[in-house]
Design a protein around this ligand. Sequence first.
Ligand code: COA
Length: 334
Amino acid sequence: MKQAKIIGVGHYLPDNIVTNDDLSKLMDTSDKWIQERTGIKERRFIKEPYEQSTAIMGFEASKMAIDRAGIKPEDIDLIVFATMTPDYYFPGPGVIIQKLLGIGHVGAIDVRAQCSGFMYGLSIADQYIKTGMYKTVLLIGSETQSTALDLTTRGRGTATLFGDGAGAAIIQASEEEGKGILSTHLHSQGEFAEKLYMKTPGTGKTKFIYDGIEKDYDNIFGYMDGQLVFKNAVVRFPQAVMEELNANNLSLDDLDMFLPHQANLRISQFAQRTLKLRDDQIFNNIQKYGNTTAATIPILLSELWAEGRIKEGQVYVLAAFGSGFTWASALIKW
Ligand code: COA
């Protein structure tokens, strides 16, 4: 059976930096509150006239990943695009990327697993490569959160957490035994579907567009039970790391780096303490970008790649948790 290896990663972030102080001019919040609760100092928002979008940021990240992988767009034989903020209600952004990159008539899969989307996509890419069906997969996680946030005091519980950005990876078949993506695990818990969700646009139990929709607050902005999300995330992250290590007969001593989805620095720190990881075994960048949902993990990977910190033979666990609830992980040996 083939192994699947990440051979290039890239990312893209809008230039427009929005600090906590900038947000405190729009709503009743403060740099102190946001940093104490989340660790976030600033995030990036696309801005009017909105020349960027989820697909366009994904395209920019893809170009960097393709370049670093040393391949050509025509080498890609499957596109997997993870996002919860697509450009259109339909079609999904996978086909827009195909058009922008000028790739031939390959398949384009859109993944709806929110913060876990990139990890779900990594597992999909891994399976297609392992079975031999595809050789080179482009995987993208990209999000435009800013245009759907309530940037008033009413929305401060969620609006202060999220940011825009994109990351991408090229995953390719390899003959090298024992290297690459060694395992992935996917989980979901639908009983909590409405504990972190956005009802509209949607077709369920509400008319898609009707007069007065603005009156139904939870319909037009996302709803989050923040404390429930927090309590579940701090349990699921350590569980996911141990599930990956156990599946490969490895222990925490073998782990070079844990890359957690960037939901909240306090969640990452809680997981770090639970697992007793050293500071150099975990990497966070939420301070600069906020929570970019499906894009956080490929952005982390791309920054590490740029800094030359990913070394051959190192063992990484990547894990995400989010709306659904969904959570997913992978163990990679570089
Ligand atoms: N600025 C200032 N005050 C704020 C605020 C903000 N941005 N947001 C909420 N508050 C206020 C609340 O109104 C509340 O005030 P009250 O006590 O007068 O009613 C108080 O702060 C505490 O609110 P609460 O929601 O209980 O705060 P918390 O300690 O649970 O922290 C989160 C809120 C969102 C930071 C935290 O629950 C969290 O991080 N959860 C996980 C979220 C997450 O990761 N989501 C993405 C999933 S992938």
